[in-house]
Ligand binder design. Structure first.
Ligand SMILES: Nc1ncnc2c1ncn2[C@@H]1O[C@H](COP(=O)(O)OP(=O)(O)OP(=O)(O)O)[C@@H](O)[C@H]1O
Ligand SMILES: [Mg+2]
Length: 360
């Protein structure tokens, strides 16, 4: 099981140069607002995903006024020490290596050290648009299936091409239906894979979400979850045919896995419209706990858990339920941030969870 023992940051966000030892099963990162707690978690996320959890642009993560950053992680993986290094060169080129050996494709690294984040902005998973939920499902599937990521990249590339062709048909007034059919075929190939994977995976994932929701809430609440996709009721060919005119008029692709969603209901109504804030947060944690469980089952080892600001978000009972689950019942490494060291220490003591502390 991979465990992160040490991390060193150079010119990463607000860190000029700093190293942190992280040997313990549970580590608390404490310090005032703006001190760099979330930034440290993001650096750990980089070591797992080769990119930031928060920002698409690597350049945003360089210490202001500098060029390039470096993150080094020392992992213990099945008894063997491993050194993971992520470097953003001054040229803007990113490199990622394990024990000095650089990856040709970053996608080959994803899944080596699995990781689950719970951050305040993740509430958009419940309240935001369907793209947030697809990103969440994709991040899970990419960690357990390298082919999934490959197909997803291809699908998105072809989708862009198809949309740009539709736009060009509209602008030039010339519609090349043969070309459109070729693009339909090219989209269908990775699309079939993505849909089948999502369907099978969510079939076992979603019941876990309901189960964890009940655990965290501690009371019976009527919630339901389901996977929504155009492909559940139509074939790819039928979807393309049915949407042909609409696609041509709107200049974009109106059906396919880019429209998939997860549907959450509370007493048979849309969850986000009716659930309280605490209930929404509970659903968010349920999603993340279910993610932790499937990653553990699929990979054979638990993911690294990064909990950002969870104390600010839940009442004491729910916090206790959550921390007991992630710190005691799972044997994965957990890293938790808190602005209040005393509260963190008191909670851990009450729950009899041993921990180490990093005071920023
Ligand atoms: N590229 C960067 N260069 C320099 N400083 C940066 C960069 N990106 C972010 N920061 C700084 O990092 C700080 C925020 O750090 P971070 O979000 O980790 O704080 P935090 O300890 O999690 O705070 P909070 O308790 O409010 O969540 C801010 O002061 C911000 O200006
Ligand atoms: Mg923070």
């Amino acid at each position: 099981m991979p465990a992160l023992k040490k991390i060193s940051l150079f010119q990463f966000k607000n860190y000029q140069q700093q190293s942190f030892d992280l040997g313990a099963k549970v580590t608390g990162i404490c310090g005032k607002n703006g001190i760099g707690k979330t930034n440290l978690l993001d650096a750990i996320y980089y070591l797992c995903f080769t990119r930031s959890y928060f920002s698409r642009q690597d350049g945003n993560n360089v210490l202001s006024g500098k060029t390039g950053f470096r993150i080094e992680g020392e992992f213990q993986n099945g008894g063997e020490p491993e050194k993971a290094v992520c470097v953003l060169r001054e040229t803007g080129k990113k490199e990622f290596s394990i024990n000095g050996e650089a990856y040709e494709k970053f996608s080959h690294h994803v899944g080596r050290y699995t990781c689950v984040v719970i951050a305040p902005d993740d509430a958009v998973l419940v309240t935001g648009g369907s793209d947030e939920r697809r990103k969440f499902v994709d991040a899970m599937l990419c960690q357990v299936d390298v082919d999934y990521l490959r197909h997803l990249i291809t699908y998105n590339k072809v989708l862009l091409q198809r949309n740009s062709q539709l736009k060009s048909f509209f602008e030039t007034g010339r519609q090349d239906m043969e070309l459109l059919k070729v693009l339909d075929d090219q989209l269908t190939q990775p699309g079939v894979y993505i849909f089948e994977k999502r369907k099978i995976f969510l079939g076992s994932f979603l019941p876990l979400v309901t189960h964890y929701y009940a655990d965290i809430a501690g009371v019976k609440e009527n919630i339901s979850t389901s996977y929504e996709s155009d492909l559940l009721s139509s074939s790819w060919a039928d979807l393309f045919t049915a949407n042909r005119q609409k696609d041509l008029h709107s200049m974009r692709t109106n059906a396919g896995v880019q429209k998939d969603d997860l549907v959450f209901q509370f007493n048979d109504q849309p969850f986000k419209n009716i659930a309280s804030q605490g209930q929404r947060k509970s659903l968010l944690f349920a999603l993340k706990l279910a993610e932790t469980e499937v990653l553990t089952t699929e990979k054979g080892f638990p993911p690294l858990l990064l909990l950002d600001d969870v104390f600010e978000k839940l009442d004491e009972d729910r916090i206790n339920n959550l921390l007991k689950k992630v710190c005691s019942e799972s044997n994965g490494q957990v890293i938790i941030t808190d602005t209040d060291e005393k509260r963190f220490a008191a909670t851990m003591k009450r729950l009899e969870i041993p921990y180490q502390l990093i005071n920023l």
